[in-house]
Design a protein around this ligand. Structure first.
Ligand SMILES: CC(C)(COP(=O)(O)OP(=O)(O)OC[C@H]1O[C@@H](n2cnc3c(N)ncnc32)[C@H](O)[C@@H]1OP(=O)(O)O)[C@@H](O)C(=O)NCCC(=O)NCCS
Length: 339
């Protein structure tokens, strides 16, 4: 018998405020900056994104996504012994967004007359847009060795807070959102259901091509606290490393691309997704695409796309998914999972 971490529920959440490309054109025009729906759609595939309201945080989106995922899994927060939040836009410097999320889930449970669920392990993973892949990898390992039985793995981001709205090359690309999965340990013969393989990497020498260089020190923000990106360098690197990670994860699972029902890549740019699918010889009909609706939601993009595909009836029980992420650091990785 082999022990697997099986996805037993998915959920997601988006802020109510949606901005079309037309809204971004109007917003940038107030700063004397030109952009257009045509440019954004042609270069990125993005048509829409959501921005969080003032006074709301990544943990609020994570909370809504987790309540939905727990409902889908028919679980309560007290059934969860591990919470991992992947985020680069945490609520606070510390404590982790995962512990804040745990408190919010716990308070909601107690208000419903359920056990609180306090006491589970909870921590954040910081791997930018690869964060959800890193989080799944850590949770899978902890479940396999028996240190967790049920885990919430969440990607939650409020990138609207770290965008420079005077920089049209970056501010039109990103959005806010959260996605979550509930993982449960199960034991059976054969391959899955559950996470079949993982592969994660980082190369810190690429820090300058995608970063937010500022920080808080001495009571002040030091450096620039907004996102900086060399788009073309990121683009070139992304397609190559995504191909490598996908092939390694597939080889570890003893599979080839023919065994994949759905590729759910990080939703950064439709052209990166098309390039990766081409390199893997996967038809675009097998690629889940939500970047048009959500923009790039960093660590939230893969679980948001997964939940969307589950809710749309695209992803079905028994199917095999290839999830892959890439982002600042540079970080990248892939996960093969059977539903
Ligand atoms: C950012 C990105 C869309 C830019 O596309 P590109 O084809 O490389 O475009 P360039 O940077 O060469 O810019 C081309 C022109 O468009 C202009 N431009 C840039 N942003 C624009 C905008 N929002 N609206 C209109 N024009 C814009 C540039 O100023 C440039 O004009 P110029 O030729 O007069 O100098 C593309 O590089 C990309 O998608 N990179 C990967 C980004 C990504 O996915 N990051 C997240 C990874 S986790």
């Amino acid at each position: 018998m082999t022990r697997y971490a099986k996805i037993i529920g998915t959920g997601s959440a988006l802020p109510a405020k949606a901005l079309s490309n037309g809204d971004m054109v109007a917003l940038l025009a107030t700063k004397g900056i030109e952009t257009s729906d045509e440019w954004i759609v042609e270069r990125t595939g993005i048509r829409n994104r959501h921005f969080i309201e003032d006074g709301q945080y990544a943990s609020d989106l994570a909370f809504a996504a987790c309540e939905s995922a727990l409902g889908a899994a028919a679980c309560k927060i007290a059934d969860i012994d591990l919470i991992i939040v992947a985020t680069s836009t945490p609520d606070m410097v510390f404590p982790s967004t995962a512990t804040i999320l745990q408190r919010k889930l716990s308070e909601a449970a107690v208000a419903r007359g359920e056990p609180s669920g306090a006491g589970s392990a909870a921590f954040d993973v910081q791997a930018v847009c690869s964060g959800f892949i890193y989080g799944l990898t850590v949770a899978d390992a902890m479940i396999k060795v028996g240190s967790a039985r049920r885990a919430l793995v969440v990607g939650a981001e409020v990138f609207s807070r770290i965008l420079d709205f005077n920089d049209r090359t970056t501010c039109v690309l990103f959005g806010d959102g959260a996605g979550a999965v509930v993982l449960e340990a199960c034991e059976h013969e054969g391959q899955g259901p559950g996470i079949l393989s993982t592969d994660i990497h980082a190369d810190g020498k690429y820090t300058p091509i995608l970063c937010v260089p500022g920080w808080v020190a001495g009571g002040q923000v030091t450096g620039d606290p907004t996102l900086k990106m060399d788009g073309q360098a990121v683009f070139k690197l992304a397609v190559g490393v995504l191909e490598d990670a996908a092939k390694t994860a597939l080889a570890r699972a003893g599979m080839s691309t023919q065994d994949i029902d759905w590729l759910i890549p990080h939703q950064a740019n439709i052209r990166i997704m098309q390039g990766t699918a081409r390199k893997l010889k996967l038809p675009l009909s097998k690629v889940v695409v939500t970047v048009d609706q959500h923009g790039n939601t960093s660590a939230a993009s893969i679980p948001l796309a997964l939940d969307h595909a589950v809710k749309q009836g695209q992803v079905q029980p028994g199917q095999t998914l290839l999830l892959e992420g890439v982002g600042g650091g540079f970080t990248w990785g892939a996960v093969v999972v059977r539903m």
